[in-house]
Design a protein around this ligand. Structure first.
Ligand code: CP
Length: 315
């Protein structure tokens, strides 16, 4: 897939430079007080219109793009799958072209087709921001996960020396791909943990052809051996809607309960992109416990999406 290397569009993290990545994180960190509602920002995007095209369900991503746009003074127009004419057979490209023709200044889009955002970017003359395309990438999720970790560590936009486990249904996960790309560009080592059906050994080639990688990726089946070595565990949702299936002992083998979490170093944190299957990939006590950065991730999502909208629309 040929991909634009300019800052127009945000289609994935594989192709973006470390400088662009750290610049977005620095910008996002500056927006955190506004994302928390603690301070206002000027209406720098007043008069701009952001189109949200979500052909798959979303709570966090669609909501936070909307909040981010409004905090910056932009207007939004939203189309969701069941109410759009894709349900009548209109193609993704035709739907996107029609929204672009209404005069939006940027198109935020989620779709089930891997590569869908890149395809649309070739057919519209406005910036396209990928809000999740099938099993491919979810770049603003990778950015927000990185921001949650870097702000927690307090060492600036770097993850040098960190080891991060990404656990569970990795093969089907755009979150895992974008997260691993962001983390390794910032210097972290990533361990993918899961059964062969969810974490195939081929994941060790994930960083091939990605630019500006500093860290490494590896694959293991053994969560209990990995936990004492890590600084963060990113627990993934089992994606039943993409055909994932589990055996009865999945939670016992790969779920993060309190006993397992206690085997992590004292400083280590727990993350989850949401939505959470409580009691399956993560126990409620861990989800809501002192190691959890899950709500911080959501707030970071608003800040990251403010930074991305500024990058795409402010000039
Ligand atoms: N993490 C994430 O993408 O959540 P939503 O599906 O609710 O947007």
């Amino acid at each position: 897939m040929a991909v634009s290397t300019t800052t127009r569009h945000l289609l994935g993290l594989r192709e973006i430079s470390r400088a662009r990545l750290t610049g977005l994180l620095e910008s996002a960190e500056s927006f955190l007080p506004a994302a928390r509602g603690e301070s206002g920002v000027d209406d720098v995007l007043s008069g701009r219109l952001v189109g949200n095209l979500f052909l798959e369900n979303s709570t966090r991503t669609r909501g936070s793009f909307t909040v981010a746009a409004k905090r910056l003074g932009a207007d939004t127009v939203s189309l969701v799958g069941s109410s759009s004419s894709t349900s009548k057979g209109e193609t993704l490209v035709d739907t996107a072209r029609n929204i672009a023709a209404m005069g939006v200044d940027a198109l935020v889009m989620r779709c089930s087709a891997s590569g869908g955002a890149h395809l649309v970017s070739q057919h519209v003359d406005v910036p396209v921001i990928n809000a999740g395309d099938g099993k491919h990438e979810h770049p603003t999720q990778g950015l927000l996960d990185a921001l949650a970790l870097t702000t927690h560590r307090g060492e600036g936009p770097t993850l040098e020396g960190a080891t991060i486990a990404i656990v569970g249904d990795i093969g089907n996960s755009r979150v895992a791909r974008s997260g691993a790309l962001a983390f390794t560009k910032l210097g972290a080592d990533v361990i993918f943990v899961g059964p062969p059906s969810m974490a195939p050994s081929s994941l060790e080639g994930l960083l091939d052809d990605a630019v500006d990688i500093k860290g490494s990726v590896s694959v293991t089946r053994d969560l209990d051996s990995a936990l004492p070595m890590i600084d963060a565990a990113v627990m993934l949702r089992v994606q039943f809607e993409r055909g994932s299936s589990i055996t009865g002992d999945y939670a016992r083998q790969y779920g993060l309960d309190e006993t397992r979490a206690a085997s992590m170093p004292d400083h280590a944190v727990v993350m989850h992109p949401g939505p959470v299957n409580r009691g399956l990939e993560i126990a409620p006590e861990v989800c809501d416990g002192p190691r959890s950065l899950i709500m911080s991730q959501v707030t970071c999502g608003v800040a990251v999406r403010m930074a991305v909208l500024m990058e795409q629309l402010a000039n």
